[in-house]
Structure formats: C-alpha cells, structure tokens
Ligand binder design. Structure first.
Ligand code: DLL
Length: 442
C-alpha cells in the first residue's frame, strides 16, 4: 500500500498546509468573484485575518441558493476560455447547479479519485466496471479519469441496460464495480433472475456512493456479491466523487482528501460548530480549485467527523457515513428520521428485499408516513398472492413495531409483491413527498 504524503502527516503539518492554501483561495475569489468580494467587503475580512485554520469560521457560508442565484457561470473565478469541462447536478427543485473545471482542476480531481480508488483497495491492472452515469453527473467521468490515472482498465458502461452490464461483467471479469449501492442491488437481483449467482462473478470490490446507504445495506451487498464494499462520497459543488473515501482496511469512516478540502461540521439550526463525533451538517471549503473555488459550502449532508488515526495508518480526518440530506429528513410530530435509519432496521427483516420507499402525505393538518416495502419471492409463494394472508398481517405489525420502537415514528406499512417497487438506475428515490405536490396543485 502506497500512501500519499498528505495521508500520514501530523495534524499540525496538515493544518499549516491547509492555511496556506485557504489564504490563496480567499485572495483568488476576492479578486475574481464579485459575489465573494461583496461578501468579504461587507464583513470587512480578507486573507490577512486568517492566522490559524480555525479562522475559516470568520468567512461567510456559501449555499446552493447562492449557486442557483448565479446560474449558470456567475461564481466562476476564471475566464471562460480557461474552463475545459462543465458538469451540473440536477436537483429536485429549481435550476440545477453548474460547476466548471480548468485543466488544473481536472488534473487535481483525477488524482483525488485515483487516490480514492487506491484507498478502497483498487490498483493498477484492475478491471473497473464503471456503472455510474456518464454525462452532466460527475459520477461517470469522475471515476473514469481516476481509474485510468491509477492504471486500471476502465469499462465506461455508464448506468442502465442491466442485462448488458451483466454480460460485460461475466465476459470482461472486472475486479471492481463502481455504482450507486441501489443500482448494484438492482444488478444483483437481475443476475439472480437470470440464474447467475452474483457471488460467482470475479468482482472483489464495490466502490459505492452518491446516495445514503446503511451498514445493513453494506452487509447485504458484501454477502450477495462476495465482495468488500467501500463508501465513496462527493458532491459536484465541491468537485464530484472523491471528496472522501472509506479504506478497505478499516471500513470505518471516509478519509477526506484534506490537501484539497477543509471540512467543518455545524449545527444547521444555529450554524455553530459541533464537537468531533457529533452529527451535524458538513461544510467544505476548497483549497486548490481554480474555476469554482467554494468557501464554506453548506452541503446539507448530515455526518460527524473524527481526527483519530485510522487502523490503516492514515491520519486524515474521517467522516462517518452520511445519514442523509437535511431536505430528506422526515419530521413527523417533532421526531426527525432519515430514510437510511429506516433502511437499517428494515434490512434486518429476512422476509423483505432491500427496496423501499417512504411516502409522505398530509391529511388535514397531520403528516402521515406510508412505508412501502417489498416481500421476497418465497414469502410471495407462501402467501399465495393473498393480501390478507395472516403472515402478511403479522409481518406488517412487526415492521410497524420495529420502526416505532427504533425510529420513534408511526408508519402505515404497505407490502408490495416482488418487483413492486421501482428500481433505480442511478440514485434511488427513497422519499416521495405528496405533501408538496398537493400544495403545488392546490
Ligand atoms: O453524487 C458525486 C458522487 C458520484 C459521489 C459518485 C460518489 C460517487 P451530486 O450529484 O452533486 O454528486 O450529489 C451530491 O449526493 O450532497 C449527498 O447528499 C449525496 N451523496 C454523495 N455521496 C454520498 C455517499 C455526487 N457516499 C450529493 N453517501 C451529496 C451518502 C452521498 N450520500
């Protein structure tokens, strides 16, 4: 295992390097981005006020709204002819956010992702099946360039056309599968339908991310494919995949590429910092980006961080799995729940397959939650397609009880027959909010 120099530095050395690049980034945006210049002038702050890394707290936050307000290129810090790539994230409401990269940015990102794949246990000579979507989404091209840089043979299959994916996996014998965890499950399920045991493929490693997933989902994927599954995190506004990556040795938190990104964790309500180990909203500042440097970007993602050295030997800050996005948090009568927490408990029920959705409704002034789950083939056979079968009634009650006691919310359970819940080709849709749709239509 070859570690990058940043990965084993002492905390003070890491912070010294970060401070130097933070100052440069602040000067860069002050000079080239009117939005930031305006903010800094209003707050009477410049890079001269940054004497230690914690002084980043003196700087203003950037939000998704700021990016949208300057759609498409308003926050870019270089001339258009310096931009060699554009990506965009779709977003469910409003305009998408557009991100740009200079030649140097693409070089950095490529190196970051190559490192990430290596952290997960990938190496030169591996065949890498890249089922992240190619296009404006950063997943496909991000993993593609990183894989090539590492010296892997990249199969640029993109998402969708699952039968073709399976044929390629069987014929090309990749060691690494890159996709969203929900799409990996979809591939496994289709393999089983075709009479192929997913564990019989040569796959040894899954690099899964781009959506929240639970520890139970990891176990399911590892068992089904007979692989090690590692979590990759990133977001287009910060760079794309590779902002952090879980190591295959520890599988205990994701190592942040601290030479490129400075992380903070805040309470999203008070905007105050929370201590290490406590959940809060992740905030990132880019340290080396040219085209779209970003200052204290509020990701909306909930996780915690630790600065403890990892068993793999790396000293870089690790973040926990992302529990979910603040926007996806379900609030029912004062109780907050993330879909990933519901997933964690659902996946412990052997009669269910790992596909589910939460539907939110509003009846008069009360919010209600329907939990849609799907039974296994064998339960379906057992219950002979009878919705009122006592086994299904018992299962419903068990699910309701379990969610009530662990997640503290009451849900109405709907059990679907096999394949009754829509499968994802990319990011899974876990929450469908009919409350908003109602409001839109009324
Ligand atoms: O999803 C980048 C990516 C591609 C990451 C491939 C990993 C693999 P966006 O489309 O901009 O970028 O979406 C970013 O996805 O703010 C999180 O809410 C969510 N997300 C990304 N990775 C994870 C993860 C890509 N490992 C948004 N766990 C982020 C949980 C994740 N959520």
């Amino acid at each position: 295992m070859i570690l990058h120099s940043i990965e084993t530095k002492s905390r003070s050395d890491i912070e010294e390097e970060q401070l130097e690049h933070l100052k440069k980034t602040v000067d860069h945006v002050f000079k080239n981005v009117p939005f930031y210049r305006g903010q800094f002038e209003k707050m009477d702050i410049s890079s001269n006020d940054l004497n230690r890394i914690d002084d980043v707290r003196k700087l203003p936050f950037t939000t998704k709204k700021d990016l949208r307000d300057h759609y498409p290129f308003g926050l870019f810090a270089v001339a258009q002819e310096e931009i060699i790539r554009l990506h965009a994230s779709s977003g469910t409401s409003g305009k998408s956010t557009v991100v740009g990269y200079t030649k140097e940015d693409i070089k950095s990102w490529t190196e970051i992702v190559a490192r990430a794949i290596a952290i997960a246990g990938g190496k030169k000579g591996d065949i890498l099946h890249n089922a992240y979507g190619y296009g404006l989404f950063t997943g496909g091209l991000g993993l593609h360039y990183g894989g090539e840089e590492l010296g892997a043979s990249v199969i640029p299959i993109s998402g969708g056309n699952t039968d073709r994916q399976i044929e390629i996996i069987q014929d090309f014998k990749p060691r690494i599968l890159c996709s969203t965890p929900s799409y990996a499950l979809n591939i496994a399920e289709r393999m089983m339908e075709l009479g192929i045991d997913p564990a019989s493929t040569p796959l040894e490693l899954g690099i899964f991310g781009a959506e929240p997933w639970s520890e139970e989902m990891r176990k399911t994927l590892e068992k089904t494919f007979g692989i090690k599954a590692c979590d990759i995190y990133g977001l287009s506004e910060v760079i794309g995949p590779g902002v952090s990556m879980e190591c295959h040795e520890g599988q205990n938190g994701l190592h942040i590429a601290e030479d490129h990104f400075l992380v903070e964790v805040i309470d999203p309500a008070t905007l105050e910092h929370v201590p290490d180990g406590a959940d809060g909203e992740l905030v990132f500042t880019s340290l080396k980006k040219e085209a779209l440097p970003i200052i204290r970007y509020r990701t909306g993602d909930i996780a915690s961080i630790t600065r403890e050295k990892c068993s793999c030997g790396r000293t870089t800050v690790r973040m926990s799995r992302v529990k979910g996005r603040i926007d996806d948090m379900i609030i029912v009568r004062g109780v907050n729940v993330f879909p990933s927490e519901v997933e964690h408990h659902l996946l412990q029920i052997p009669e269910l397959v790992p596909h589910y959705q939460l539907h939110l409704h509003r009846t008069s002034s009360l919010d209600t939650v329907e939990l849609h789950v799907e039974m296994t083939d064998s339960l379906h056979e057992h219950t002979s397609n009878d919705e009122n079968h006592p086994l299904l009634q018992t299962l419903k009650a068990e699910i309701r009880e379990r969610i009530k006691s662990f997640c503290l919310i009451s849900v109405e359970v709907k059990i679907h027959r096999p394949k009754g819940i829509e499968r994802s080709q990319g990011k899974a849709v876990r929450v469908v909010d009919y409350r908003k749709q109602k409001q839109l239509h009324s």
